[in-house]
Design a protein around this ligand. Structure first.
Ligand code: RNT
Ligand code: ZN
Length: 419
């Protein structure tokens, strides 16, 4: 049977459950997923030579990582050629591209330092998302940036944040797509602090000052990302969940960003999505896979990824939730890491779109919990793979079994020559 024949047969099966798979594919095709540039070079960036510091860590030493903007862009192109549907590109301030001999520190960054990213995105018809980089820099003092007691340190990082707002606005204007700008710092302490509120008060004021930089709310979507703890800052994180949630709630236009690696292991972001959507017009996500902790493994089609997608779809919130991926595995081929993660998110969304969501909701409201359980279980065995394969074929994109050969070929022809 051909892929199309299998699709036609699967479509009939789904139709009997009340699901229109053609419509599902049509929706999926237009859901933008933001692909993080930092999977390509283990979060190194182009503005410093030193190691990754400031509360995050990559592990692994797989050969062939991108060392220059050209290599990173080529690798992103290769990855994107293996991913169907709409994409955005997510970059960090540390990926500024300077002319020969030119340098600007983080507080002095300007739109022109990102002109090549704009060109890259525009040529591909994609939007850009942005992140100030509050890590891997000598101006982190005693583990703190925006929450430092030293006013000069705080000033430097506030100016960085403001510069990033201006750059985000430039991205939105140049690409015609709103730019999600995410504030995350690793600020915190390794051991038990004597003052937990002081750093948070300073953080609050510093973020408010960054947000006071003028920007168009339709174009720039500033976010604050919380975290439970970071490597080296195990005892206390300034930007905790309660802090960031309240920060976003109290600042018009500021979105809460949830990274599903940033919570206690039995907490799930899938349940937090509908809670947040009751109060916020828009929210943002970093979808990742934490293995026992915020390990940032490659996103797979696992239970929580499916639940996250289900909630976005069931809340009818595809246009209210900005979906970005955030992980960095340096132990495997990095193109495969991008492609598998992006495809996993799309598969999860496709699965969610191919559920009789209205009918299931009705069963819940009518108190028919037995039928609900039985139907939900039955849906798990439906032939989603036939829909996915058809979608890939229609998009001119390789199927799951063809993926490895593509990645392997690129590794042999391109990555292995990077020595
Ligand atoms: C770190 C946060 C943050 C970073 C990126 C690189 O724990 O998740 O989002 O991963 O900014
Ligand atoms: Zn994150």
């Amino acid at each position: 049977m051909t892929v199309t024949e299998r699709y036609v047969s699967a479509r009939e099966m789904f139709k009997k459950t009340g699901v229109d798979t053609d419509a599902a594919i049509g929706i999926l095709r237009n859901v933008p997923i933001s692909m993080h540039c930092w999977q390509g070079d283990d979060v190194t960036g182009f503005d410093h030579d030193g190691p990754l510091t400031g509360g995050i860590q990559t592990t692994g030493n797989y050969p062939g990582k991108a060392r220059t903007p050209e290599e990173l862009m080529a690798d992103m192109d290769k990855a994107m050629s293996l991913i169907p549907g709409r994409k955005k590109i997510n970059i960090h301030a540390s990926y500024a591209i300077f002319e020969e001999g030119e340098f600007a520190d983080r507080d002095k960054l300007e739109p022109k330092h990102f002109a090549r990213w704009v060109e890259f995105a525009r040529e591909r018809g994609m939007g850009l998302d942005f992140n100030p980089t509050f890590f891997s820099h000598p101006k982190i003092k005693d583990g703190l940036t925006l929450s430092s007691p030293d006013p000069d340190i705080r000033r430097f990082w506030i100016n960085h944040g403001k510069a990033c707002i201006r750059i985000s606005q430039y991205f939105a204007e140049e690409t015609g797509v709103p730019c999600v700008m995410n504030i995350w710092t690793g600020d915190g302490f390794k051991d038990i602090p004597a003052d937990r509120m002081g750093p948070r008060m300073r953080y609050k004021e510093a973020i408010a000052e960054i947000l006071s930089e003028p920007y168009d709310r339709n174009k720039v979507k500033p976010c604050v990302e919380s975290k439970v703890f970071g490597i080296g800052v195990e005892s206390y994180t300034v930007g905790s969940a309660e802090f960031c949630l309240s920060m976003a709630a109290r600042n018009e236009g500021c979105l809460p960003l949830m990274d599903n690696g940033h919570y206690h292991p039995t907490e799930v972001v899938s349940d937090k999505i509908p809670a947040m959507l009751c109060f916020y017009p828009e929210i943002a996500l970093h979808v990742t896979r934490g293995v026992r902790w915020d390990s940032d493994h490659v996103l797979l089609l696992d239970d929580e990824t499916r639940e996250i997608a289900k909630e976005i779809v069931r809340c009818d919130a595809l246009n209210r939730v900005y979906i970005a991926l955030d992980y960095f595995d340096a132990s495997i081929n990095r193109i495969s890491a991008w492609a598998v993660g992006m495809r996993s998110m799309q598969k999860a969304l496709l699965t969610a779109l191919c559920m009789p969501n209205a009918e299931l909701k009705k069963l819940q409201d009518e108190g028919k919990f037995t039928e609900l359980m039985v139907k939900q279980e039955a849906m798990k065995m439906m032939p989603f793979g036939d829909i996915w394969n058809y979608y890939c074929e229609q998009s001119g994109i390789v199927d799951d079994f063809g993926l490895f050969a593509e990645v392997d070929k690129y590794e042999a022809e391109v990555l292995s020559r990077r020595i």
